[in-house]
Design a protein around this ligand. Structure first.
Ligand SMILES: [Zn+2]
Length: 272
């Protein structure tokens, strides 16, 4: 008996818009597909049909309805495992996960590792692909509502200190990691970032590029960890320029630490 080596088909990520500004992500190899955070089932079923894909897994980052609402419809269509956070109270999860876990996504042979990133919700997790083929575009992060383009999620269940830790874990990923977050909030986040850090050249370039992108009705997502580190104020709360901006508007006392600066930024953004 002989064994022939079949090279694995290249994996790709399809952007499936839903609701007003959500992105649902469909990871596929041309045959099988796994969906990340299906807030709605209908657009995923449509994308599966259009692209001739068979659903093999559901991956969830946190419990909010705009990330999980499509699960019942998808399970009615295909009985697939549901990967998700161990500590976020999601009844549909069949494969509970927490930091340090590694999974192989059924049908895709895709290995993902899990990070705990509490803050937006208590049990929020992120999925990281670290072992992509050599070359650009093969490190992936699916981070739900933790890190956004030029922003971060609101603190519904966690503390500023937890969110600072969670964002630091994501910022420590390789620079070329593609950031697949769950919402198109980038332009509004960039306008806030510009108010906070008006002299940041990388931020000005991004604002121009992403405004053009949105002008053509194209997504600004995925971004990269390098872009976020250069332009996202919530990853830059320790920068003296940002602390000076916060102090200038009376939102931060001199000598405050990074967590206090982050908390002040988050509160300022909530009312910006
Ligand atoms: Zn959420």
């Amino acid at each position: 008996m002989t064994h022939s080596h079949t090279p694995r088909a290249k994996l790709a990520v399809l952007t499936v818009p839903a609701f007003k500004d959500n992105y649902l992500w469909l990871i596929h190899d041309g045959v099988h597909a796994a969906v990340v955070d299906p807030g709605d089932g209908a657009p995923i079923l449509e994308a599966l049909r259009t692209n001739g894909l068979r659903l093999t897994a559901i991956l969830l980052t946190h419990h909010h309805a705009d990330h999980t609402g499509g699960v019942p419809d998808l399970l009615a269509h295909a009985r697939v495992p549901v990967f998700g956070p161990r500590h976020d109270g999601i009844a549909a999860v069949t494969e509970p996960l927490a930091e340090g876990d590694r999974i192989t996504v059924p049908g895709l042979g895709l290995e993902l590792s899990v990070l705990d990133v509490p803050g937006h919700t208590r049990g929020h997790i992120a999925y990281v692909r670290r072992d992509g083929e050599i070359g650009a575009g093969t490190h992936w992060l699916f981070c739900g509502d933790t890190l956004f383009g030029a922003g971060c999620g609101r603190l519904f269940e966690g503390t500023p200190a937890q969110m600072v830790d969670s964002l630091a874990k994501l910022a420590a990923l390789p620079d070329d990691t593609l950031v697949y977050c769950a919402h198109e909030y980038t332009l509004s986040n960039l306008r806030f970032a510009e108010a906070v850090e008006p002299a940041n050249q990388a931020l000005q370039l991004r604002l121009r590029a992403d405004s053009e992108q949105r002008g053509r009705k194209l997504p600004t997502i995925p971004s990269t960890i390098a872009i976020e580190k250069a332009t996202n104020p919530f990853l830059r709360a320790g920068e003296p320029g940002i602390q000076a901006s916060l102090a200038a508007v009376g939102k931060l006392a001199p000598g405050a630490d990074r967590v206090a600066a982050f908390a002040a930024l988050r509160e300022w953004k909530n009312v910006f």
